[in-house]
Design a binder for this molecule. Structure first.
Ligand SMILES: Nc1nc2c(c(=O)[nH]1)N[C@H]1C(S)=C(S)[C@@H](COP(=O)(O)OP(=O)(O)OC[C@H]3O[C@@H](n4cnc5c(=O)[nH]c(N)nc54)[C@H](O)[C@@H]3O)O[C@H]1N2
Ligand SMILES: Nc1nc2c(c(=O)[nH]1)N[C@H]1C(S)=C(S)[C@@H](COP(=O)(O)OP(=O)(O)OC[C@H]3O[C@@H](n4cnc5c(=O)[nH]c(N)nc54)[C@H](O)[C@@H]3O)O[C@H]1N2
Ligand code: SF4
Ligand SMILES: [Mo]
Length: 744
C-alpha cells in the first residue's frame, strides 16, 4: 500500500468532471487508507456486506467482507463501484432555493434560511387549507431509524395524514398479499433454505440482474439436482437454464398460477393433512379454479398447456420447494391477486415452515423490508401496526407520549398524493429519498403536478429530476455518512456503520427532521441527539406488533451478523424461518387461502397500440439512476435505455439492432435504439426505466393501480413501435443468447 498522503487538489483532480471513475489502480493508489469500515451496500435489498476504505474523510475503495454470511464477499458490479459516488462534483453541499435568475435555477442559502422558509410555508399552507393539505413522501433506501423518525415526524410535527413512501412502487403488493394470507409480511425463509429446495420456482424476477447474489443460492440448489421453473415474458439469464420456462404474456400471471392450482387439484398433488390442520378457505380457492384448465390458461398466457402441467407436476410432487417472486408479478393492477395465487400454491402443497420450503418475495430497495414496517406508510404505525386500529394507536401514543387523538388517521398513497396535488387538494410537499418524476408512471403527468405545488421541499444528496421542481433543496446524507440499521431481503436486521461525515454543509438526513420539528414547536417529541436513541425508541414502539424488534440491540446485531425478526425479548434468538409447525400469524394460527380468478390488465393491446410494453431493470443501473448514472464504469456497461424486441418484431417494424424506434402509448412517446434479442416474446417489448427526461420509460406507462396495494401497473401497457430516423452503435455489456456468448 502506498504511503503518500493525498492533497485536496489531487483528490478533486481524480474525480472526473461529470462521472466518477477510479484512477488506474483504484483510489487506493497514492492514498493512506486510514480505516476499513464494515457496512452494507447502499443499493438493493440483498444488503451485501462490504468493507469501505476511508482516507481523509473520503470513501476511496472497498474490500470484500468475507465473514458476512449472506454474500461471503461476493458483490455485483453496483456494489463494487458504489464507492465512486461519494465526492462526485454534483454532490449537494449547501441548501438551495429556487431562483430563476441564478445559473441552474437555484441559489445557495444558509440552513437557517432554508429551515425558516420551509417552516413558514408549512404553517401558511396548513393554516389556509388544513393540516392534510401538506403531504410527505419518503423512501426505503433509508434506514429503519429514519423510516421510524419520518413516520413520527409526519404524524406529530406536520400532523398530516398524508404520508407515504416509495415502497408503494415496490413492495406493497407482496406486503398486502402476505398479510392477508399469512398474517405477517416478511420473507418466509432465510436464504440458506434455498439450496435445500428440490424445486425452485422463480416468477417475475430477473434474479441474475436484480438480486445477483441470490443466483448463487439457486446454483447451490441446482448442484443438489433441484429443478428450476421460471415464469417471465423474457428469457432472463437465469431462465436460460430452466427445466420449465413459462414465457407468458405480460399481465397474465394469475391465470398461470390458478391453472397450476387446478392441475395440482386434478392430480391430487396436494398435502391434505397440511391443508386440514393449518389453513382455512381451501374449498373456495379450489372452486374458483375449477375452470382454469391448462388449455384455457395456454390461451390466455400464450404458454403451451403441457408446460403448465409439467410445472405443476414438479411443484406438486417435490418434497421441498421454494417459490420466489418479485416485481414481474407484483407491478400489476392485480399484483395482490398474483401474490395470493402464488401463496395458494405453497399452502396447497404444505410448502411452508420447513427447511427448503416457502413462498417469498425478493425485496427491492436496500431497506425494502425494514422500511415497510416502521410506520412511514399512509396506513401504518411502527411494528407494522394499523393506523386505524384503536389498540395499535393507543400503544404507539403511549410510546410517543402524545394524546392518541394527535395521531392522524389513514392517508392516501404515493400516486394518489400526486393526483391530489394535480387536483389542488394538496398544496405543499416535503419529500426525501424519492425521485417520482422518473419513477412514477406517466412522468409528464407527475412533473406537471409538482409544478402546481405552492411549496415543495426536497432532501437529497444529488439534484434529482424531481428535486429540480423544488422550492427548497436540503443537502442530505449518503448511506456511508450515517449509522443505523436496515432489514434485508431475508428479514435479517443488520447494522449500517458510518464511514465518513457529510461533506461541506450537507447534514445527516435525520438532523433535518429534528430541526424542522423544533421550529414547528414540536421539539419535545424529537429530543434525539443520535440515531441509536431512535433505534431504542423504535424497538419499543414495534413491540407486540408483527415486526417485533424489541429484543435487538446494536451490539447483538453486530456480534451475530444480523438478527431475524420477530425478536420480541432480550435473549430471544430471532426467527430465521417463519411459520414453523404450521403456525401462522392469525389468532387461530391458520393461513388463509384466497379464491382467485383471472382478470386482464388495465390496458390491453388493440389495433392502435398492438404491442405489450413491460419495463424493469438492467444489472448496472439502479432505480431512477440518480446514483448509478453518475458512476462511469456502470454507465459504460449500459449507457442508455434500449428497446428490447424479438427479431420477428424487428422485421415487422423494419429495423435492425441499433436502429432508432419511436415507442408511443396513450400517455407519451420516446425515441430509443432497438435492441434485437431472441430472449423476449415476439409480441412484447421491454425498456429499462433508469433514465429521466426524454429517455424515461415512464413517459409511456399507465397510472392504473392495484385496488388494494395501490401499486402502479409498470409491467403492462399497450404501445405502438415504429421505425424512426437514425442508427446508433449499441452498447450493452450483457449477453442475451448462448449464440451471442459464443460469438464473444
Ligand atoms: N440492477 C438492479 N438491481 C436492482 C434494482 C435496480 O434498479 N437495478 N432495483 C431493486 C429494486 S427496488 C427492485 S424492486 C428489484 C426488482 O427486481 P425484479 O422484479 O427482478 O426486476 P424487474 O426488472 O423490475 O422485473 C423482473 C422481471 O419481471 C419480468 N416481467 C415483466 N412483466 C411480467 C409479467 O407480466 N409477468 C411476469 N411473470 N414477469 C414479468 C421482466 O421481464 C423481468 O425479467 O430489484 C432490485 N435490484
Ligand atoms: N417503469 C417502471 N418504473 C418503476 C419501476 C419499474 O419496474 N418500471 N420500479 C419501481 C420500483 S420497484 C421502485 S423501488 C421505484 C424507485 O423509485 P425511486 O424511489 O424514486 O428511485 P430512487 O432512485 O431510489 O430515488 C431515490 C432518490 O433518493 C436519493 N437517495 C437515495 N438514498 C438516499 C438517502 O439515504 N438519503 C437521501 N436524502 N436521499 C437518498 C437518490 O439520490 C434519489 O434521487 O421505481 C419504480 N418505478
Ligand atoms: S447484489 Fe445488491 S446489495 Fe449486493 S452488491 Fe449488488 S446492488 Fe449491492
Ligand atoms: Mo423496488
Amino acid at each position: 500500500m502506498a504511503t503518500k498522503p493525498v492533497t485536496d487538489e489531487e483528490l478533486i483532480e481524480k474525480y472526473g468532471p461529470h462521472l466518477n471513475q477510479a484512477p488506474p489502480g483504484g483510489w487506493n493508489a497514492g492514498l493512506d487508507v486510514e480505516k476499513e469500515v464494515k457496512t452494507h451496500c447502499c443499493f438493493c435489498g440483498q444488503q451485501c456486506g462490504i468493507k469501505l476504505k476511508v482516507a481523509k474523510n473520503e470513501v476511496v475503495g472497498f474490500e470484500p467482507w468475507y465473514d458476512f454470511p449472506f454474500n461471503e464477499g461476493k458483490l455485483c458490479p453496483k456494489g463494487v463501484k458504489r464507492y465512486l459516488q461519494g465526492s462526485h462534483p454534483d454532490r449537494l453541499l449547501d441548501p438551495l432555493e429556487r431562483d430563476p435568475s441564478s445559473p441552474g435555477g437555484f441559489r445557495k442559502i444558509t440552513w437557517d434560511q432554508a429551515l425558516d422558509r420551509t417552516v413558514a410555508e408549512i404553517r401558511r399552507i396548513q393554516d389556509t387549507y388544513g393540516k392534510d393539505s401538506f403531504a410527505m413522501l419518503s423512501g426505503v433506501s433509508l434506514t429503519n431509524e429514519k423510516s421510524y423518525l419520518i413516520g413520527k415526524f409526519a404524524r406529530l410535527a406536520l400532523q398530516t395524514a398524508n404520508l407515504d413512501y416509495n415502497g408503494r412502487l415496490c413492495m406493497v403488493s407482496a406486503g398486502a398479499g402476505n398479510k392477508k394470507a399469512l398474517g405477517m409480511d416478511r420473507a418466509s425463509n432465510p436464504w440458506s433454505d434455498i439450496p435445500l429446495a428440490d424445486v425452485v420456482f422463480v416468477a417475475g424476477a430477473n434474479v441474475a440482474e436484480c438480486a445477483p447474489i441470490t443466483t448463487s443460492y439457486i446454483w447451490r440448489a441446482r448442484d443438489r439436482g433441484a429443478k428450476l421453473i421460471v415464469a417471465d415474458p423474457r428469457v432472463t439469464p437465469l431462465a436460460r437454464t430452466a427445466d420449465v420456462f413459462l414465457g407468458l404474456k405480460p399481465g397474465t400471471d394469475s391465470a398461470l398460477m390458478t391453472s397450476i392450482l387446478h392441475v395440482l387439484i386434478a392430480n391430487d398433488w396436494l398435502d391434505h393433512n397440511y391443508i386440514d390442520a393449518h389453513t382455512v378457505g381451501f374449498a373456495e380457492a379450489a372452486a374458483a379454479v375449477a375452470d382454469a384448465t391448462p388449455e384455457w390458461a395456454a390461451e390466455v398466457c400464450g404458454v403451451p398447456a403441457d408446460r403448465i402441467i409439467e410445472a405443476a407436476r414438479l411443484w406438486g410432487t417435490s418434497v421441498t420447494g421454494m417459490l420466489l417472486h418479485a416485481r414481474g408479478i407484483e407491478h400489476q393492477s392485480k399484483g395482490v391477486e398474483n401474490v395470493l395465487s402464488c401463496i395458494n400454491l405453497g399452502l396447497a402443497t404444505g410448502k411452508y415452515g420447513k427447511p427448503g420450503c416457502g413462498v417469498t418475495t425478493i425485496t427491492g430497495q436496500g431497506n425494502g423490508q425494514g422500511g415497510r414496517e416502521q410506520g412511514h406508510k399512509c396506513d401504518q404505525l411502527p411494528g407494522n401496526r394499523d393506523v386505524e386500529n384503536p389498540e395499535h394507536r393507543a400503544y404507539v401514543a403511549s410510546v410517543w407520549g402524545c394524546d392518541v387523538d394527535e395521531i392522524p388517521g389513514k392517508g392516501i398513497t404515493a400516486e394518489e398524493i400526486i393526483e391530489a396535488i394535480d387536483e389542488g387538494e394538496i398544496k405543499g410537499l416535503l419529500s426525501i429519498c424519492f425521485n417520482p418524476v422518473v419513477s412514477l408512471p406517466d412522468s409528464n403527468f407527475t412533473a406537471a403536478a409538482l409544478d402546481k405545488l405552492e411549496f415543495y421541499g426536497n432532501i437529497d444528496f444529488f439534484l434529482s429530476e424531481t428535486a429540480q421542481h423544488a422550492d427548497i433543496v436540503f443537502p442530505g446524507s449518503l448511506h456511508e455518512e450515517d449509522e443505523g440499521t436496515v432489514t434485508t431481503v431475508e428479514g435479517r436486521t443488520v447494522k449500517i456503520n458510518a464511514a465518513v461525515d457529510p461533506p461541506g454543509n450537507a447534514r445527516r438526513d435525520w438532523e433535518v427532521f429534528v430541526e424542522l420539528a423544533k421550529r414547528l414547536g414540536r421539539g419535545k417529541y424529537f429530543n434525539y441527539t443520535n440515531t441509536q436513541q431512535m433505534f431504542e425508541e423504535m424497538k419499543v414502539a414495534s413491540h407486540g406488533g408483527t415486526a417485533d424488534y424489541n429484543g435487538m440491540t446494536w451490539d447483538r446485531i453486530v456480534d451475530e451478523k444480523g438478527i431475524f425478526w420477530p425478536c420480541p425479548e432480550e435473549g430471544h434468538p430471532g426467527t430465521p424461518r417463519l411459520y414453523e409447525g404450521g403456525k401462522f400469524a392469525f389468532p387461530d394460527g391458520k393461513a388463509r387461502f384466497h379464491p382467485i380468478t383471472y382478470r386482464p390488465p388495465a390496458e390491453v393491446v388493440d389495433d392502435e397500440y398492438p404491442v405489450w410494453l413491460t419495463t424493469g431493470r438492467v444489472i448496472s443501473q439502479y432505480l431512477s439512476g440518480t446514483q448509478t448514472r453518475r458512476i462511469k464504469p456502470l454507465v459504460e456497461q449500459y449507457p442508455e435505455p434500449l428497446c428490447e424486441m424479438h427479431p420477428r418484431m424487428a422485421a415487422k417494424v423494419g429495423v435492425v439492432d441499433g436502429d432508432l424506434v419511436r415507442v408511443s402509448s396513450r400517455r407519451g412517446e420516446m425515441v430509443t435504439p432497438a435492441r434485437v434479442v431472441e430472449s423476449i416474446r415476439p409480441d412484447t417489448v421491454f425498456i429499462p426505466y433508469h433514465w429521466g427526461g426524454n429517455k424515461a420509460a415512464n413517459q409511456l406507462t399507465n397510472r392504473a393501480l392495484d385496488p388494494i396495494s395501490k401499486i402502479p401497473e409498470y409491467k403492462v401497457c399497450a404501445v405502438k413501435v415504429e421505425k424512426a430516423e437514425g442508427h446508433v452503435e449499441i452498447r450493452d455489456r450483457r449477453v442475451h443468447t448462448l449464440q451471442e456468448k459464443a460469438h464473444r
